[in-house]
Design a binder for this molecule. Sequence first.
Ligand code: FE2
Ligand code: FE2
Length: 170
Amino acid sequence: MKNIEYIKEDLKKSIGEKLYIHSINVMNTAVDLASYYNISTEKAKIAGLLHDSGKLLNQNVGNLEHAVYGSKIVANKYEINDTDVINAILYHTTGRENMTMLDKIIYIADKIEPNRKYDGVELLRELAYSNIDKAIIKSLESTFEYLKSKNIEIDSKSITTYEFLKNNIR
Ligand SMILES: [Fe+2]
Ligand SMILES: [Fe+2]
């Protein structure tokens, strides 16, 4: 893996200041959740920092594609070969069946980082610590509602994630 300071500098140049600040916020939120759930804070740090590395400036990367680009960038450009980290980035917009705790943390940290302001975000912030599966279900439900209101098609991967979580919730 390339040096973390190099990665941060390069990321800032690649995605721009605004998205870089969001990335740092997601990183910090992810580290906090990782320590709360007793998983590797190092993996949470790298995955949080780089989750949007596929949103290259001046390139119109679609919402679903940026996760795929990001997973390639971290592997090729930043020489990160940790599959847990790569998968958390790859699945951060849609989730997947059988999400790992790291996948869940990156998914929800993206939605609740301190700069996020929308109706219901406070509930998600609480749920992220009390029942992270429920937090993801709630978040997916609002995403579905939003997409329906805009007449945008819901991707099948998100629906699979939603159904999987619904069927396996404790
Ligand atoms: Fe993203
Ligand atoms: Fe993000």
